[in-house]
Design a protein around this ligand. Structure first.
Ligand code: HEC
Ligand code: HEC
Ligand code: HEC
Ligand code: HEC
Ligand code: HEC
Length: 273
């Protein structure tokens, strides 16, 4: 044999083994990257919609609240997409002849709902619930980004398991006062912009997220001038705690909103029931 295959072919065989190895590895890496790529996760894509609805115009421009259209977001697992009636409230008077709105008028006339293409769509084997997130100190923008600046809706985050777990393992970095859930520009406290919180109702023994009161202006400060002029004694500020970092505020809210421990929140049954 040694005569038929000379020394160089031995080297060739070794070489091709190495090459095959490299190809397998790079294929693996490519598939993994593909799985995380926006093409698979649909991150950033703006699917065609029957009507080019602009959140920027309706939220930032007209000042409409999210709940005006996504009525069930605080109460149920689904945020919900508004029925045609919600659009007609205004569009029976505004832009009544615009071609862009023809599908809305048609839907109203025929009583057939507009078929919107889903932008966010978790697989069926994943359980998700809006109300628990919104009532435990997460804002729409933590998961959906600056919706108020989106002319057309897109998915800001991957919605992959890793993304959910990244927060479930350390919610403190994202928690905010429940009262700020709809504030698209919320940034968390800093030295320049502190947040003050106090807990009421503790006597009932069961503080809920709603019994934590947080505010972004110093408690009592605004009223000081007018109240003292009226000769009224000021309320004590002693029970307010001042926060100047997201970490401190996050830890405080974890306690008072009764957020479960990271290991409980990352166990499989939470999301795969
Ligand atoms: C005037 C009604 C209206 C208001 C106000 C509104 N939305 Fe929407 N929203 C819609 C409609 C209609 C759709 C479906 C079409 C689309 O995806 O653009 C939608 C879609 C969405 C989606 C994507 C749904 C999917 O398919 O995955 C998100 C997320 C969303 N809205 C968040 C918000 C947030 C956050 C606010 C407040 C800042 C808000 N919306 C305010 C009407 C509204
Ligand atoms: C509170 C009133 C109000 C509601 C509710 C409302 N719109 Fe509008 N919409 C407006 C106004 C006002 C304009 C004109 C905005 C402008 O030109 O700045 C507009 C503009 C539009 C336009 C033209 C493109 C644009 O964004 O400027 C579309 C399309 C549209 N709306 C779709 C919808 C749909 C679909 C719904 C229901 C999900 C809806 N609107 C609900 C008031 C409303
Ligand atoms: C913890 C992350 C998170 C927060 C906070 C959050 N969402 Fe969502 N939202 C999601 C996910 C994930 C989906 C996709 C759900 C699915 O496919 O079953 C979604 C879907 C939606 C949809 C599509 C319709 C539906 O109900 O599935 C709308 C509309 C929406 N969100 C609006 C909002 C609004 C408004 C807020 C703030 C009040 C908000 N979301 C807060 C993660 C979040
Ligand atoms: C930005 C932070 C954040 C993100 C992102 C997030 N969650 Fe959560 N999630 C929380 C917090 C906080 C709670 C409330 C924990 C508590 O009350 O103990 C929670 C609770 C839950 C619960 C518990 C509901 C119940 O009734 O027991 C489920 C299910 C859940 N999340 C699913 C998901 C899924 C699926 C995703 C990704 C698509 C996701 N979450 C993304 C922060 C987040
Ligand atoms: C906070 C929510 C959450 C928890 C906790 C969670 N998962 Fe997931 N899981 C998801 C989401 C969301 C997806 C869908 C990912 C996608 O669509 O890309 C998923 C997908 C999966 C898949 C499908 C394959 C894949 O990776 O896409 C498997 C298998 C899985 N999870 C197993 C588990 C196991 C085992 C645990 C416990 C150790 C667990 N998950 C805990 C949210 C969660």
């Amino acid at each position: 044999m040694a005569q038929i295959f000379d020394r160089s072919s031995n080297a060739l065989a070794r070489m091709s083994l190495v090459l095959t190895g490299l190809i397998v590895i790079s294929l693996g890496v490519t598939l993994d990257q593909l799985q995380r790529s926006p093409w698979v996760t649909r991150q950033g894509q703006r699917p065609d919609q029957p009507v080019p609805f602009s959140h920027k115009h309706h939220v930032q421009g007209l000042g409409l609240q999210c709940q005006y259209c996504h009525t069930s977001v605080e109460k149920s697992s689904y945020a919900g997409i508004p029925p045609t009636k919600t659009c007609i409230n205004c569009h029976s008077q505004i832009w009544t002849n615009a071609n862009l709105l023809e599908p809305v008028r048609k839907s109203w006339a025929t009583n057939e709902s507009i078929v919107w293409t889903k932008v966010h769509d978790l697989p069926d084997y994943v359980y998700f619930n809006h109300s628990i997130h919104v009532n435990k100190g997460l804002g729409c923008s933590s998961c959906h980004g600056r919706v108020d600046l989106m002319p057309l809706m897109y998915q800001q985050n991957t919605l992959q398991m890793e993304w959910c777990l990244n927060c479930h393992r350390d919610p403190a970095k994202n928690l905010r006062p429940v009262s700020q859930a709809y504030n698209m520009a919320w940034e968390g406290p800093s030295k320049e912009k502190p947040v003050w919180c106090s807990v009421s109702d503790e006597k009932t023994g069961k503080p809920t997220a709603q019994s934590v009161d947080c505010q972004t202006s110093e408690p009592g400060k605004v009223e000081v001038a007018s109240l003292s002029m009226a000769g009224i004694t000021l309320p004590t500020m002693a029970n307010y705690t001042k926060f100047t970092s997201q970490r401190e505020l996050g830890n405080y809210l974890i306690d008072h909103y009764k957020i479960r421990k990271p290991n409980e929140l990352s166990s499989c049954e939470v999301c795969h029931r």
